[in-house]
Design a binder for this molecule. Structure first.
Ligand code: AMZ
Length: 234
């Protein structure tokens, strides 16, 4: 299982939110590129970078993320505010390895299909679950489509995988939502990156047992509850 540190950027800084709540950011660094290089030195092969301002349409951190990609040799998957084929072209052109579509993946099936075919194996779909429904637009809204129907739609596409986030666990270190992970695993043939609630190496083992391809670590790393070196050595 791959271990992927998360770099969520709000106002140019590395933050963690509590259950995605923009009113409760904890700032961990003013320098996302330096943070990326720290993760690279610790042995990570990839980082998951989220532009939180772009996800809720309140600006963007494009320049910061481009600098981060340029400064490190680690592979980068970029998320947040990616809602057109042109944006994907632009991220790949500046060196992103993969891009994540959340809101567009839920709300614009035709656009997702077009992007997935155009960039086969480079687009990930974000399944951010809030109260049993897909959360979109910075998790400030949910859509009514059933999760199994959404996954069935995605499964037909040449996506790089799906990223499952249990939004009620995100930033809480309350343990992973293994029940939801098992349910989603049973519904999809795609590689699954799990994110939300990780607090220990045992949590990582459980997620690996549940057949996730990768796990995304946020607060547990920043708070020192999980050492990246230990997670990578599992
Ligand atoms: O924490 C949040 N409020 C939040 C968050 N982490 N809102 C959105 N996101 C992430 C999703 C996904 O990776 O997990 O932003 C991406 C989706 O962005 P968009 O713009 O495609 O919906």
């Amino acid at each position: 299982m791959f271990v992927i540190p998360a770099i969520d950027i709000l106002g140019g800084k590395c933050v963690r939110l509590w259950q995605g709540d923009f009113e409760q950011p904890t700032t961990y660094s003013d320098d996302p590129a330096a943070m990326t290089m720290d993760f690279e030195r610790a042995g990570a092969q990839r980082v998951h970078v989220v532009d939180l301002d772009a996800a809720r349409s309140s600006g963007d951190n494009r320049a910061v993320i481009e600098a981060l990609i340029g400064a490190s040799s680690i592979t980068v998957q970029v998320a947040g505010g990616i809602r057109s084929s042109e944006q994907i072209d632009a991220w790949l052109a500046v060196g992103a390895t993969a891009v994540v579509m959340g809101t567009a993946a839920v709300r614009e099936p035709e656009l997702l299909a077009e992007c997935a075919h155009k960039h086969a194996g480079q687009v990930l779909a974000a399944l951010d679950i809030r109260n049993g429904r897909p959360a979109v637009a910075g998790w400030l809204e949910t859509e009514s489509i059933d999760i199994p129907d959404l996954i069935a739609r995605w499964d037909a596409l040449p996506l790089a995988g799906l990223i499952l986030t249990a939004t009620d666990r995100d930033g809480t270190m309350a343990g992973p939502d293994l029940e939801t992970l098992a349910r989603v695993r049973g519904l999809s043939r795609l590689p699954i990156q799990y994110s939300g609630g990780i607090s220990s190496l045992d949590d990582l083992r459980a997620v690996r047992e549940a057949d996730a391809t990768a796990v995304i670590l946020g607060r547990s790393l920043y708070e020192g509850k999980v050492l990246l070196e230990h997670a990578l050595a599992l």
